[in-house]
Design a binder for this molecule. Structure first.
Ligand code: ATP
Length: 230
């Protein structure tokens, strides 16, 4: 469902991503783990078509990531999701559904399903007044309004309390059960190990380890596990 080959992104002399190659199967949850500045966001934004690679390519659902048609198949959750503070969760999500030209009845059903599953209360409170966890849940619901096959989530579980973190991780597992393909980044291997089928660890723009979390531990030992992650 996703194929990344020889991906490079440079800014002037600085390489944010260096020769990155990996593939993600349909229905898989794939983790990209690494410390600050490792190149995770750059990789994910490239998949989402927001950054053009300097070299190499990223293909998503059969499209080059730079093709506008690809975006119909993808839901992106940025690290910081700007929400319109004066809107309520429902009006905000309807607004995005309209942008994707989803018919209102279909959109309302989709929005309700996502918000019910995410246990989102206070749907009619202005977004400026809700907690960080609720904002993250609204942003996750936003990534689903166009019913995409592929979800690309940038640190969906970071900075949340343990209950909300678990609920976001559990929701990710449910997306896989529903047949979605999910790529998500994390600082912390503990966040990915209960959810991801496979992971890559990135450091300074390069993939330094890959496999299941158990394989990485076995092959590289606890040192890699701790050096490259929180
Ligand atoms: P974090 O966990 O802090 O979000 P990350 O792994 O997501 O880190 P990136 O955001 O992909 O890392 O950044 C990788 C490197 O590229 C960093 O050193 C960053 O400063 C640099 N970088 C990212 N975007 C730009 C840009 N537009 N111009 C110059 N350098 C950039």
């Amino acid at each position: 469902m996703i194929e990344v080959a020889g991906l490079e992104k440079t800014y002037g002399d600085f390489s944010a991503v260096v020769d990155s190659t990996f593939a993600v199967e349909e229905g898989e949850v794939f983790g990209i783990v690494g410390p600050n500045g490792a190149g995770k966001t750059t990789t994910l934004k490239t998949l989402a078509g927001l950054i053009e690679p300097t070299a190499g390519e990223a293909r998503v659902a059969g499209y080059d990531s730079t093709e506008p048609a690809m975006r119909h198949h993808l839901g992106f959750l940025p690290e910081e999701s700007p929400l319109y503070e004066e809107m309520t969760a429902t009006s905000y999500l309807r607004f995005f559904a309209d942008l994707y030209e989803v018919p209102r009845s279909v959109a309302d059903e989709r929005i309700d399903r996502a918000l019910d599953r995410l246990d989102l209360d206070h749907r009619d409170r202005r977004l400026g007044d809700v907690s960080k966890g609720m904002k993250r849940k609204v942003a996750i619901a936003r990534s689903l309004v166009n019913d995409p096959d592929v979800l690309v989530y940038d640190e969906p579980a970071s900075g949340l309390d343990p209950v909300t973190t678990n609920s976001v991780l559990e929701f990710t597992r449910e997306l896989r059960a529903a047949g979605k393909t999910v790529v998500f980044s994390a600082h912390n291997l503990y966040h990915v190990e209960s959810v991801c089928d496979r992971v890559v660890i990135m450091n300074e723009g390069r993939i330094v380890a890959r496999g299941t979390v158990d394989e990485i531990r076995e092959r590289h030992g606890e040192t890699t596990y701790h050096v490259y992650t929180d």
